[in-house]
Design a protein around this ligand. Structure first.
Ligand SMILES: Nc1ncnc2c1ncn2[C@@H]1O[C@H](COP(=O)(O)OP(=O)(O)OP(=O)(O)O)[C@@H](O)[C@H]1O
Ligand SMILES: Cc1ncc(CO)c(N)n1
Length: 265
């Protein structure tokens, strides 16, 4: 019997030892959405529910070799990037992804939920100049918007201005995550011509570790399954909202979202 293969999705990101964000969140999301998840590890964090205790970058040749192994043999239908830590790693990953021939979802990770830095300040310029131009969709939160463009979003009315400033840096689509604004969490998606607003119910649950990684990986998974960008974002938002609703306590701080919520009934 020949079994057909599911679509293949690659995450290029950092490892979260606590299992709630980073590579671990990405692979769990991919499993839950029915694609084959693969990982290129750019950095390893010592991390738990209370913060990031330290991180170590991999040498650029190790990242390049992992990318070569996956792309040279298995191939991908979509890629997601997360924590890339340093200018040289952002540069290495951007160079390879420029020729990947599949949609690339960039989560421009700057800090963790606890405010711990996951990107060197001197790498911000490389993200803007090299990574964003190869992105199909870039998914900044409001803090990342301000880091990348200087635009401060104070209300939902500012979301489009933020998206336009991000689009100037070269991605095909910008998804501005308004989850940190008060009220129902609304994200704005635009390619400069079409505009979509996705609003979900707010879950007042403090256990939201990994929301950003989960959303971006879910978008990549739905793109690999054949959806277009607006419908991949709509489905991904539905998935992350359910995962936030079921986020559970773990350790003494912020627990993770529940990647398996659809299986729990
Ligand atoms: N309390 C909440 N209830 C429902 N949805 C939320 C809530 N908080 C955020 N969201 C949504 O979750 C998704 C991820 O957004 P968020 O702004 O939390 O990402 P992030 O800050 O990048 O996360 P991370 O800390 O993992 O990097 C967005 O669709 C956002 O609107
Ligand atoms: C490794 C890693 N990537 C991304 C995030 C985003 O919150 C995190 N906390 N840790």
């Amino acid at each position: 019997m020949t079994v057909s293969s599911p679509p293949r999705v690659l995450t290029v990101a950092g490892s979260d030892s606590g299992g709630g964000a980073g590579i671990q969140a990405d692979l769990k999301t991919m499993l839950a959405l029915g694609v084959h998840g693969m990982s290129v590890i750019a950095a390893v964090t010592a991390q738990n529910s209370v913060g990031v205790q330290g991180y170590w970058e991999l040498p650029p040749e190790a990242v390049r070799a992992q990318l070569g192994s996956v792309l040279g043999d298995i191939g991908v239908q979509a890629v997601k990037t997360g924590m890339l830590a340093s200018p040289v790693l952002v540069e290495t990953v951007s160079e390879v992804l420029a020729g990947v021939g599949a949609p690339v979802v960039v989560d421009p990770v700057g800090v963790s939920k606890h405010g711990d830095a996951l990107l060197a300040p001197e790498a911000v310029e490389t993200v803007k100049a090299r990574l964003l131009p190869v992105a199909t969709v870039v998914t900044p939160n409001l803090w990342e918007v301000s880091q990348l463009t200087g635009v401060k979003v104070e209300s939902e009315a500012d979301l489009r201005k933020a998206a336009d400033a991000i689009l100037e840096l070269g991605p095909a689509w910008a998804l501005i995550k308004g989850g940190h604004l008060p009220g129902a969490p609304t994200d704005l998606l635009t390619d400069g011509t079409r505009e979509f607003r996705f609003t979900a119910e707010r879950h007042d649950n403090r256990h939201t570790h990994g929301t950003g990684c989960t959303l971006a990986s879910a978008i990549a998974s739905h793109l690999a399954l054949g959806e277009d960008v607006p419908s991949a974002v709509e489905k991904a938002k539905e998935y992350v909202t359910g995962a936030i609703a079921r986020g559970f306590p773990l350790g003494g701080g912020i627990g993770p979202v529940d990647h398996a919520w659809r299986w729990r009934g």
